[in-house]
Design a protein around this ligand. Structure first.
Ligand SMILES: [Mg+2]
Length: 161
């Protein structure tokens, strides 16, 4: 266990979406961005998907909820720069689940996308016809299968599975 909040990113560091995350994280002395995959020390994963998309998909439980102040600020920053941040959660689309999320957000300009437990990348493509630029999530298997192109191209190799 580390005292720092460790953000995993192992992709193109020149991406505008990453630079926003990097810049805000650098203002927190206890935040580290690391390209080293270690499932025991990484708190959250930032995975680059489609660089041509302007959608930033932020997970809710144990991602946003772990640092609401940071993620509210991050979402506002993305909005101000023309990105389209959304909250994409494995939660159900039941009213109470979604209501709780809306209540905690500082802005009403963010779509809440519950996938009812379905893998997020596939769900968003199938139901909304959208692809995502950057996924920010504490549980990457909830986005796509471990052997999928997205996971592999972001440097994650599940050697012992
Ligand atoms: Mg989560």
């Amino acid at each position: 266990m580390s005292d720092c909040y460790q953000i995993y990113y192992n992709n193109d560091t020149q991406q505008a979406s990453f630079k926003v995350l990097e810049s805000l994280a650098s203002k927190h002395s206890d935040f580290i961005i690391s390209p080293e995959f270690n499932e025991f020390s990484c708190d959250v994963y930032a995975l680059l998907d489609n660089p041509d998309s302007n959608i930033i998909a932020v997970d809710w439980d144990n991602t946003f909820t772990a640092y609401p102040e940071f993620y509210n600020a991050l979402i506002l920053k993305y909005l101000s720069l023309g990105f389209k941040p959304i909250i994409c959660t494995l939660r159900s689309s039941e009213k109470d689940d979604v209501h709780e999320i809306c209540e905690a957000m500082e802005t009403g300009k963010v779509d809440i996308c519950p996938t009812n437990g379905e893998p997020k990348q596939h769900y968003i493509k199938k139901n909304k016809g959208l692809s995502v630029n950057l996924w920010i999530d504490d549980f990457f298997p909830g986005i796509a299968q471990c052997e999928s192109e997205l996971i592999v191209k972001n440097g994650i190799e599940m050697l012992h599975f």
